[in-house]
Ligand binder design. Structure first.
Ligand SMILES: [Cu+2]
Length: 338
């Protein structure tokens, strides 16, 4: 199982910047950042890396995204044959800036047709999002003109099946003029559901289409695995302003995002800072939507301690959509009700 972070993106950009410095300014080509999600590999253990680095500077960003069928883990010890972008569920995070030219090349290395659908793009769907047969590629580009936190997914029918099998990831479009606040830590959380059953002969965990049609989820998760951030909390420091990019991949549930023990001083529906809300307890991210949440873990308020994050639709939290934010190094680990 593989995973990727923007760390490698940042490294790639640093190398490109170093080269650019040696070229006379008059002849310098626009800087291009290239990332191949088949090669930039990091770990998913002990949890999918939710922390992301800042957006890279080059105004042209190219991404090569392989589609593969890979073994993933839906909950501790529960292996599953997922369908993926880049080998993990969710796939790698893409981070660009408003106004960037985004070039996408998707390579279908899986044994069946798939496709891709960028919610951040304004583009003819019949061209960019067409079916990609096994062994084929599709390439397109778009200008990221709308800041936000967006879903990317496979759009091959039945879409419910391709999403519940794991074919989604987040793209963040930073506003041209930044976010208006300076975050000390940033995390991406992609909520989604899995619908599974156990094969009576092989014992394998397999997709359950009927359960998906009844919206009877087996697991509801953040970043592909039930409860992973209960065992591996998201760690921040006392005093940090923390920005969460929450994308809801569905395929069918809303996400009622909430942090126990904190209040969001800012929420940007769709992730667009023009939509700012202030003083928010819970905000609903629809299936296929995204939002940005900010809070400060101030020492005089939500200071050192443990803070569960959940979908406040609690039947879904019971199925795995819950994690912990650890602020500082609390000495007493009390049993919590979440
Ligand atoms: Cu697909």
């Amino acid at each position: 199982m593989r995973s990727h972070t923007l760390l490698s993106t940042t490294i790639a950009f640093s190398a490109a910047a170093a080269v650019a410095l040696t070229v006379p300014a008059a002849r310098r080509a626009p800087a291009v950042m290239r990332v191949d999600f088949g090669k930039t590999i990091t770990t998913t253990a002990p949890a999918y890396n939710a922390r992301i680095g800042p957006v890279a500077d080059p105004a042209i960003k190219e991404f090569i995204i392989p589609i593969t069928h890979d073994t993933v883990e839906l909950a501790k010890g529960v292996k599953y044959e997922g369908w993926t972008f880049g080998g993990t569920v969710p796939g790698p995070v893409i981070r660009v800036r408003e106004g960037d030219l985004v070039r996408i090349k998707v390579v279908n290395k899986a044994p069946m047709p798939h496709s891709i659908d960028f919610h951040a793009a304004r583009i003819p769907a019949n061209v960019a999002y067409r079916m990609i047969n096994p062994g084929d590629t599709v390439s397109f580009q778009f200008t990221a003109s709308d800041p936000g936190a967006y879903m990317v997914h496979c759009g091959t029918p039945p879409v419910t099946m391709h999403i519940m099998q794991g074919m989604y990831f987040a793209i963040i479009v930073d506003p041209r003029d930044c976010w208006g606040t300076k975050a000390d830590k940033e995390f991406v959380l992609v909520q989604s559901e899995f619908y599974t059953t156990k094969d009576s002969t092989t014992g394998a965990i397999t997709p359950d289409w009927q359960a998906a049609m009844r919206k009877n989820a087996s697991y509801v998760v953040f970043n592909g695995r039930a409860g992973q951030y209960k065992e591996s909390p998201l760690k921040v420091d006392v005093g940090d302003r923390v920005r969460f990019f929450v994308v809801n991949a569905g395929p069918s549930f809303n996400s009622d995002f909430h942090v126990v023990g904190a209040v969001f001083d800012r929420v940007y529906p769709d992730g667009n800072p023009d939509h700012v809300l202030e003083g928010v307890q819970t905000y609903m991210v629809p299936a296929g939507g995204g939002a940005v949440f900010e809070t400060v873990f101030d020492k005089n308020a939500s200071g050192e301690g443990l803070y569960p994050f959940v979908t406040h639709s609690f039947a879904d939290a019971e199925k795995g959509a819950v994690g912990i934010i650890q602020v500082g190094t609390p000495k007493v680990f009390a049993t919590m009700s979440h």
